[in-house]
Ligand binder design. Structure first.
Ligand code: SF4
Length: 510
């Protein structure tokens, strides 16, 4: 029975996680060209470009959040789908063991991580039969940060800055623009949106996600939808949300719209937002052996080309000479001297902590002294070496807003001076930073390979019982770059960009 099927699936998963497809590289290359290199946006995109090339060359995950694996499979009539699904599950476990996927499947009741990316609902596998005598397998890895920015609208509705969205294609256009604006940098912009017009709440989201299997540069066969796609791309890239929500010209790299019939009483617009780390690939397989016959999205005409020249890659991110060096532990005076927009290079000790650690610290003392410390919102991919030591293979920042209910209290209680994450935080944390003398630094979301190279060593780990992504890792870092986006004086770049882009939304989208 299909002796090569398992190996083909491991290859597909590995390559999807580590090697961005040519159409996404081309779109990111265009985005890079639109931003001046020494702006915040330009620096962020250069780090992303380096990260893409680094991931491919070391076959490491492009982003540490390797997402929810979703397979769309077409099989000849009579193919054994039960067996294939089991082989896919085995391949997912194997790719996780090899560090190509982060253990990402968590029991929703107990919070326990299964450790192998298997569990009820994980991975997602959809089969469809077709008349061809070959198998087609497409895979998308879509992470939590962008998944959390998905949006669904029931028309008619009133939208901030855009007014009423009616049950028309213009109403659809407004909803998509609203979703892009609302996402700001939280989904690691510049991203792409898959959209479904119609369906019900469930089929709408599914069809929206399926649009992400289209190449970013294709043309919608329905001219009415093609026109909306163009209009959204044009307006979205005038919003000045920019890469990571830092401000800039590149906010969206793709808009793909499909439509399903709906009930007369319902009119949903479902938006699936995917980040710049748009990991989607596919293969066709020989129906007798299961061996890979061809790769989708990367055929002979569309070879993967590096984002940067070897010299650009070696040069690192473009420094301006104004970067501020900080070494942990950090004093309150150093923190109060920083202001929004400063680019800092952090060295010394750093501790990771995300959802489970923050909830834990609300009820228990920290396992380490956090006075003057740097707390990194990060769930890394970690591999245990044969000699028992730990190696971090991917370590970009995770979405910080999830820690909003806890962050200010943790700053106050334990003396943390720097919080690093992505997407920014809210008013409660902003007030907490001012009160406690701390800053929030925005890293470049998804730049997991780039940041893994800033980690000189892992010196320890606490709370490993939460699973490797949720544990508190003790790291030594050198020249870890990030931007002050919330300072200790009540200023927030996120708040400013949201307000400015809201005004632009009114102008270009209304
Ligand atoms: S690039 Fe950002 S949004 Fe995308 S998976 Fe990574 S952390 Fe999540």
């Amino acid at each position: 029975m299909l002796p090569n099927f398992f190996d083909s699936m491991v290859q597909l998963i590995t390559r999807t996680s580590t090697d961005l497809p040519p159409d996404v590289r081309a779109a990111m290359g265009t985005a890079l060209a639109t931003e001046a290199p020494q702006t915040r946006a330009g620096q962020a995109l250069t780090i992303i470009a380096q990260n893409i090339d680094q991931a491919e060359s070391c076959e490491g995950p492009i982003c540490q959040d390797t997402g929810m694996p979703t397979f769309e499979i077409k099989v000849p009539v009579g193919a054994n789908q039960i067996w294939m699904k089991q082989q896919i599950r085995n391949a997912i476990a194997e790719a996780t063991r090899r560090g190509k996927l982060r253990p990402n499947s968590v029991d929703s009741i107990t919070g326990e991580n299964s450790g192998d990316n298997l569990g009820p609902g994980t991975p997602i596998v959809h089969f469809e039969q077709w008349e061809k005598n070959e198998i087609e397998v497409k895979l998308i890895l879509k992470g939590g940060g962008c998944e959390n920015t998905n949006a669904q609208y029931a028309l008619p509705t009133d939208l901030d800055h855009l007014g009423r969205a009616d049950r028309t294609l213009d109403g659809v256009r407004k909803c998509i623009l609203h979703a892009v604006w609302k996402a700001q940098g939280k989904g690691c912009s510049p991203g792409a949106v898959g959209v479904c017009v119609g369906g019900d709440r469930t089929s709408g989201y599914l069809h929206a996600k399926e649009q992400l299997f289209r190449t970013l540069d294709d043309t919608n066969p329905d001219p009415r939808l093609a026109a909306i796609e163009d209009a959204v791309m044009d307006a979205a890239n005038q919003l000045t949300v920019g890469p990571m929500g830092f401000g800039g010209k590149a906010s969206l790299i793709g808009c793909k719209i499909g439509a399903l019939n709906r009930l007369p009483a319902s009119f949903f617009v479902s938006v699936a937002y995917d980040c710049w780390a748009f990991r989607r690939l596919g293969v066709t397989l020989d129906a007798q052996s299961g061996a890979i016959a061809s790769w989708l999205y990367r055929d002979a005409d569309r070879r993967s080309t590096p984002m940067l020249t070897p010299e650009q890659l070696a040069a690192g991110f473009p420094r301006t000479g104004r970067e501020i060096r900080l070494e942990a532990p950090i004093s309150e005076a150093q923190i109060r001297s920083l202001k929004v927009g400063d680019v800092v290079l952090v060295s010394g000790k750093m501790f990771t902590g995300r959802d489970a650690v923050h909830a834990h610290l609300m009820k228990h003392d920290p396992p380490v002294d956090l006075h003057g410390a740097v707390l990194y919102h990060c769930g890394p991919v970690v591999v245990k070496e044969g000699d028992g030591t730990w190696r971090i293979t991917a370590a970009g920042p995770t979405t910080s807003i999830r820690e909003e209910p806890y962050q200010a209290e943790i700053l106050r209680r334990y003396g943390v001076r720097i919080v690093i994450g992505k997407g920014g935080m809210g008013a409660k944390t902003l007030a907490g930073l001012k009160e406690s003398g701390a800053v929030y630094l925005n890293g470049v979301g998804g730049a997991a390979q780039f940041y893994a190279r800033c980690i000189s060593r892992v010196t320890g780990v606490s709370l490993l019982e939460f699973g490797t992504p949720e544990a508190m890792w003790h790291l030594e870092v050198a020249d870890f770059p990030a931007i002050v986006t919330m300072d200790a004086h009540g200023n927030s770049l996120h708040k400013d960009i949201e307000a400015e882009s809201g005004e632009r939304l009114h102008t270009v989208g209304g």
